[in-house]
Design a protein around this ligand. Structure first.
Ligand code: APR
Length: 272
């Protein structure tokens, strides 16, 4: 593993545009279960996955009921807001500070990359801490609305201040389109990156799982080197989309890569 860590550190130092794609495996060391790993939410409770597939239809049919359930139900989503970043998140934040990471495109809705300090985060599946207008995609901090009061006075759902459309959680439900702004910016990022780190994802869900394929096929000019950091091989590994996989925990491997980068950059400085 050490040689792959060294190789990845070298790649990052020489890279002009590195992008990190992340999934739920990044947050398991923060106490948030993933979905399809051995202890995943869907692995342990396939019924919960079926329910999740209904959320978007429920919202479209009855936004008021969707909101009442969201505010009165006991869902794992409320637990997310208490979670804290782990060393894997901090390692990616450090790479951005060192100007060696241009952006993070995450499937995670837990806001942990932002809590760890990353400034350029594309929340591909939305963000639990935001609301979004169903019509114009404007996002709001929930604090801008007195949601408890709207519930108590039977005045849900909240409406957009810009276009008066109905608001929903920013979370992208199954069958819901990826918000256009995030989708466009993500495609631009993967189309120009020369190094891509893919951390903690089974790469099972589309269209996110298309992003590494886009990087591989359409990256302009330079060939893109794709490095997976994951507990287990994925379809990206099996199909040769990733150039190599560092099999291990993101909370262990990513800090080791940052350590190696620091070692090499300080050695280079001393040589000058
Ligand atoms: N370090 C590295 N890899 C890990 C770790 C860890 N600490 N913990 C788990 N993993 C791996 C698992 O083995 C699995 O391969 O991370 C991957 C997580 O895969 P999923 O559970 O499928 O999560 P993800 O790929 O993010 O799912 C994508 O599916 O249900 C939807 O919207 C949901 O965004 C989610 C999407």
């Amino acid at each position: 593993m050490q040689d792959l860590i060294a190789k990845t550190a070298e790649l990052l130092i020489k890279s002009k545009h590195t992008v990190a794609l992340t999934g739920a495996g990044m947050s398991t060391e923060s106490g948030i279960p993933d979905f399809r790993g051995p202890n995943g939410i869907w692995t342990k409770n396939p019924e919960a996955e079926k329910q999740a597939y209904q959320s978007y239809f429920k919202f479209q049919q009855n936004p008021k009921q969707y909101w009442i359930e969201r505010m009165t139900g006991t869902s794992w989503i409320h637990e997310l807001t208490k979670a804290q970043p782990n060393p894997g998140h901090f390692a990616l934040a450090e790479l951005e500070k060192m100007a060696l990471l241009k952006s993070v495109i995450t499937q995670n809705i837990d806001n942990l990359h932002q809590k760890a300090g990353n400034k350029r985060v594309l929340d591909y599946h939305g963000n639990v801490s935001l609301l979004r207008c169903f019509s114009c995609d404007t996002r709001y901090d929930p604090q801008e609305y007195e949601l408890e009061k709207l519930l108590a006075e039977d005045r849900l759902p909240p409406y957009c201040k810009k276009c008066n459309g109905v608001l929903k959680s920013d979370i992208v439900h199954f069958h819901e389109a990826i918000p256009a702004d995030v989708s466009t910016e993500s495609q631009q990022e993967v189309g120009t990156c020369d190094v891509m780190l893919i951390c903690g994802t089974s790469a099972a869900v589309y269209p996110f799982a298309m992003l590494p394929r886009i990087a591989k096929q359409y990256s302009s000019k330079q060939k893109t080197i794709i490095v997976e950091i994951n507990a287990e091989p994925t379809p990206l590994t099996q199909e040769g989309i990733s150039d190599y996989i560092i099999q291990g925990k993101t909370g262990t491997v990513l800090p080791k890569i940052v350590e190696e980068v620091k070692k090499r950059t300080s050695e280079n400085k001393h040589r000058l």
